[in-house]
Design a protein around this ligand. Sequence first.
Ligand code: GAL
Length: 694
Amino acid sequence: MLEPISPGVWRVRLGKPESVTPVGRRETPPMLDAIAKLPAPGPCPFDPATWTFTTGPRGCVIDMPWNGEPAYGLGLQLKSFNQRGRKKTLRTNSDPVADTGDSHAPVPFLVSTAGMGIYIDTVRYATVYVGSHGRTGHGSNWVRPSFLEIPGKDGQPAPAPKPTKDWRLVIDIPAAQGVDLYLFAGPDLKQAVQRYNLFSGGGCLPPMWGLGVWYRVLAKFSQDEVLAMAKGFREREIPCDVLGLEPGWQTQSYPCSYVWSPERFPRPQEIIDQLKGLGFRLNLWEHVFVHAESPVADGVRASSGNYEAFGGLVPDLTNPAAAGAFAAHHDRELVARGVSGFKLDECDNSDFLNGLPWSFPEHSRFPSGLDGEQMHSLLGPLYQRLIHSLFRKHNRRTYGQVRAAHGLASPDPFVLYSDLYEHRDFCRGVANIGFSGLLWSPEVRHAASAQDLLRRVQSVVLSPQALINAWYIRNPPWLQVNSEKNNRDELQDDREQLESACRELFRLRMRLIPTLYAAFARYRFEGLPPFRALVMDWPGDPQTHGIDDQWIIGEGLLVAPLFEGQKEREVYLPAGDWFCFHTHQKFEGGKKHTVPADDARVPMFVRSGCILPLAEPVLAVGDGTVFRVTATTFGASCAPINLFEDDGVSFDFESGKSNRVELAWSRANGPKVTRTGSYAGRRYEIVAWEHVGV
Ligand code: GAL
């Protein structure tokens, strides 16, 4: 029953799987050679002989034993972290009201601290019962609530019977009469995730400029207003790489025409070129629902679904003719003219927004035979892959935003975002994404106070995409955090101070680019997520199992975000020594520390034994930018690190045009920089070394 795919990866075929699944529709092949290079996994930790598989009129069910260890993943879960004991229905939905499993990115992959990963290859709304329910006759999982306690001897409540945990992992898949399950064995949690990401095709490597600061302008801005904003950023020395336009750039946006508005953008090529001249890349908002008068409409109509979304056609991008028409227009009119990427909005679904659903229904039918449920899981991935392939054709990398993703997502160069706005949940999102091959931005819009703004900006600059989404505010939020006042141009008294605090945070982001780019290179080639919850690196330390408000960037930079109103916070540092990023003060690991919440500085710690490269901040990453890097060593002995060096914009690295820049240091031999590879240019100059805690 267990079919080996590569070391530590197996497939189990149960019943008759559906013909449309993420694996069946994949475009990036698995990186089997890279999987084979990971540490040996040992035997398969799953035993399908102990499972039960049943089919019936409502679909199929797989029921398997499980040891009840903490388990993570199932996509962008904003409301919970450890999934043990929970029931999750994996539905693509943009505005969940509770911890149901609805998500922008409900990825059917679960991984546990025992280093076991399981991927369910389905686009159905599968429900995963992560040890939440017990079977009849196997002891009760039910814990009696205290109000039901029956007085025992001496009037004392009788002790509740100890629940016998009948830990089962149960997967209930509607409609399907079978499924392929892919099983991954670590040996530890991190490597199980790496295997899953490599099986997905490896991580994405964003263009270097994508790691800078992003700013989306007010939806109704005209071309002149956009240019004025761009110039203002440069004059005020606010680092920014990407400017994003929102719905107003098109003649029609609900549904979309994909055509520049002649009123707001009479000379589109001019604004693209002017922004380029100022060092900005341009990103355009759109969604996939096509206006009847769009030049794309004729090409997609025949294969579209029998229900609309926002009054537009719902194109079936599995249909080559429809995908071709959509792609050709985008290519000719936008990509070839210099647009750097897109924000693929609303390719998710909405059932809960003020009771007003806006997407196509699950019972929609498409001429290809797909139904609406399948299409909701597929639309985000199909859309991303279509846009990505356009850029690939031009040998240009893109980095964009998207509102929906699903299985095998790691190669897609798109970052998830949301209209939700709970800062605490947004940070949990950063901790969670690493389990599921996803990227996520806790984007900043308005704020409740100056402190709320600063703390949100701190989190976002330490996330996969440093995104300020000012689509409904005229002025940057640091000039006025309140959106109504902002739109009336009533600016805050302390705006200079706030602006300079935000500028400093954006500069911090720019200093981290070499670290971030190196972390993404490991994602690309080794499947190692650049942003990870602590449990991924320390699965054997039970204290990390519940930490959903801290994360690790790259090799050993630990971030503990702050929330509005906090005067101090607890930070757990795993075993070993740590140094405060800001003051270099030493902290002992293996325990919690209470640190003051200072408005200017987010708690960040560097693990002893790490080398941290920090760049002199630039305003934007140009094609020829060479970063001047100071390498700081932490602790008495350090492991070498590798920076990744290439042109930062093309796919030439895939044919070997890249360098590995190894930074090594030891007390005996001092610093050493070794460059290997065949990229002739330079992106880094190591200008200084500093030593902390020697
Ligand atoms: C929303 C999106 C926002 C903004 C807005 C414009 O769907 O999440 O970020 O783009 O549309 O209408």
